[in-house]
Every structure is written in C-alpha cells, then in structure tokens.
Design a protein around this ligand. Structure first.
Ligand SMILES: C[S@@+](CC[C@H](N)C(=O)[O-])C[C@H]1O[C@@H](n2cnc3c(N)ncnc32)[C@H](O)[C@@H]1O
Length: 273
C-alpha cells in the first residue's frame, strides 16, 4: 500500500513537474504540453515496469513458499504445523538439501521447533544423524521435547533449556545462551542459528553465535543464520565477514534470508546464487 502510494505520487510528480518547469522558463504552451506528456509517458512506463517486476518477484517467492510447505508436508512422516515464529518452509527445505547433499550428520541448533522435529525425522529415515537443540524458553523446549517423544524421534534429537546470560563477543555484551554444559570437544557439521528471538529487544542478539561456536564446527562444518534479511542480522553478517577471514560466506535470498558461513569453500556450491 505504501509502495503503491509512493508510485502514485511519483507518477503525479513526473507528469506535472516538467511542464511547470518549462512553463516557468517561458516555453510556448503547445511544445511545453507535448514535452510534459512525453516525459510523463516514459516515467509512468518505467514505474509500471518496476511495479510489475516487484509483483512478479512477490508471486515467485510465494510460489516457492507454498511448494516447499507442500513438499515437506507430503514427505514428512509427522504432522507439520508452521507457526509465525517458525523457520520458513523454503529455508528449511534448503537446510534439508544441505544436510542431504553434504552428508551432514551432527547438528547443533539454537531455537527449537518444527525445524528440530523435521530434521530428526530426516535422520530417522536415514538411520543416522542427530540434532541437539538449545532453547531459552523452558516451556517451549519441553513442548518440543514432548513432541519428539510422541513421534518417537527422541533417539535422533534432544532439546535442552539454556538460560540467556551476559556474553561478551566482538566488544559487545549480549544476552545469549548459557552453553556451559556443551562438551568442549563436541564438533558439529551444521549449526543452525534461529535464536535468541530478536523481538526480545536486541536486534543483534545473535552476534555471539559464530564467536562462541566457530571452535565447535567440524572440518566441513557450516553455520547458518536465519532471518538474515533483517537489518540486525545484516549487520551481524558484515561483522562476521570482517572477523572470520578463514571462513567462506554466502547470503541466500530465501524465506527471511539465510546467511551461510562455511569452513570449506566447496560447500557453497550447493547453495543457490
Ligand atoms: C525463531 S523461533 C525458533 C524456531 C524454530 N527453529 C522452528 O523452526 O520452529 C525462536 C524462539 O521463539 C520461541 N517460540 C515461542 N513460540 C514459538 C513457536 N510457536 N514456534 C517457534 N518458536 C517459538 C522459542 O523459544 C524459539 O527458540
């Protein structure tokens, strides 16, 4: 709506302003009118083209969203419900593709939910793989764990509550997960950063993830940051790129944006451009 209004104001401005300028400059009325109309037609066509492209891009994104949701629901052995807080189906589909293609078997997740259930379900099908998920919300963690038990997926996933504590990373203090219980020697093929929730007040709440977990990445490990299209996550992505020259990065325009950090550059070949 806001964009439509901007386009309407833009179209009105390009229709009127050139004519007024020429008229003020003392140009004769007929050429002034013709020039003004020609400029207006060109400008309106350009704005219309832009608007058309935006609409097509939105329809494409919604198509991918629906295809992913339907594809996941059709192949999952468990009931699937996407809440507004959950990772988007298209982002999860890309993560499943990475897990599959790169043979990722050990997953650490920050922020549990449908992603935990569906990846555990994938691992059960394959008969290998495990996801360990930390959540700051004890009630939500217990609920996800109960669903895992109900679906007999608790052999492939575990959800633990981790309180948010003050963590210093990159010269900044943030409320981040207390991972003191995490074995120092533990290595993960994939780290999914889908928490802490930014709506709790700190738009850069996920900044510590790579500083704390870099040492826990396996030799072909990946770390993915969800919601990467948000301004806070974009700033986090820039800072990580500056501070970790040994890693390889890619921003993927899927769902709410997925920023990928990889130990091996070749892992990025499995991502869409
Ligand atoms: C972005 S969500 C994590 C989503 C999770 N990875 C998933 O795919 O469902 C971040 C946090 O929101 C909280 N939360 C509260 N209600 C939730 C809900 N209905 N679905 C998912 N997360 C919820 C949980 O504490 C969770 O860790």
């Amino acid at each position: 709506m806001k964009r439509d209004l901007q386009l309407a104001v833009g179209a009105a401005a390009v229709t009127l302003v050139p004519g007024i300028v020429l008229w003020l400059a003392g140009a004769p009325p007929v050429p002034t009118l013709l020039a003004s109309l020609a400029i207006a037609v060109v400008a309106i066509l350009a704005l219309g083209r832009r608007w058309y492209r935006q609409v097509v891009a939105r329809i494409d994104a919604q198509t991918v969203h629906l295809q992913s949701a339907i594809g996941i629901a059709a192949t999952a052995d468990i009931p699937v419900y996407w809440s507004g807080h959950a990772i988007t189906p298209e982002t999860l589909k890309l993560i499943q593709h990475l897990v599959d293609s790169l043979g990722l078997r050990s997953v650490l997740e920050l922020g549990s939910g449908i992603s935990t259930l569906l990846l555990a379900n994938d691992f059960r099908r394959r008969g290998a793989g495990r996801i360990l998920s930390f959540d700051d919300d004890q009630r939500w963690a217990e609920q996800t764990m109960a669903k895992l038990r109900h679906e007999k997926l608790d052999g492939f996933a575990e959800v633990r509550t981790a309180a948010l504590i003050d963590v210093d990373a990159a010269g900044r203090r943030a409320k981040w997960y207390d991972l003191a219980a995490l074995d120092k020697a533990a290595r993960f093929d994939l780290v999914i950063v889908d928490g802490p929730p930014a709506w709790q007040g700190d738009s850069m709440a996920r900044l510590p993830a790579l500083y704390v977990l870099h040492q826990h990445l396996s030799s072909n490990g990946l770390l993915v940051l969800d919601d990467a299209a948000r301004p806070g996550e974009r700033a986090i992505a820039q800072q990580w790129q500056r501070d970790f020259p040994d890693l390889h990065f890619r921003m993927v325009q899927t769902g709410r944006g997925l920023f990928v950090a990889a130990v091996q550059k070749s892992a990025l070949d499995f991502l869409p451009e």
